[in-house]
Design a protein. Structure first.
Length: 116
């Protein structure tokens, strides 16, 4: 089992920046595919970015490409989402995700609100 806990959400102004963290426990995420998703109120959860923990190509949704950056700290078993040039339409609950052989694990989510 993998437990994921996000933090770092909050209220930020249009054009601002935030860094989200996701700490994993239970087992190392090596060989897992990890990433971030978000879910605006009343809408479906959407993919933002992903990478294989052991290394590999990074994928970004067009909506966040050039503004969001995923990274990992192996020593801390933690992944991050650096978000810049935030827009009101980025307002959502943000979730980290880890999956191995098709089995997904989710954090509880952290709210990000961007004010105009």
């Amino acid at each position: 089992q993998v437990q994921l806990v996000e933090s770092g959400g909050g209220l930020v102004q249009d054009g601002g920046s935030l860094r989200l963290s996701c700490v994993a426990s239970g087992r190392t995420l090596f060989n897992y595919k990890v990433g971030w998703f978000r879910q605006p109120t009343g809408k479906e959860r959407e993919f933002l970015t992903s990478i294989t923990w052991s290394g590999g190509s990074i994928n970004y949704a067009d909506s966040v490409k050039g503004r969001f950056t995923i990274s990992m700290d192996n020593a801390k078993n933690t992944m991050y989402l650096q978000m810049s040039s935030l827009k009101p339409e980025d307002t959502a609950v943000y979730y980290c995700n880890a999956q191995l052989i098709g089995v997904p694990y989710w954090g509880q989510g952290t709210q990000v609100t961007v004010s105009s």
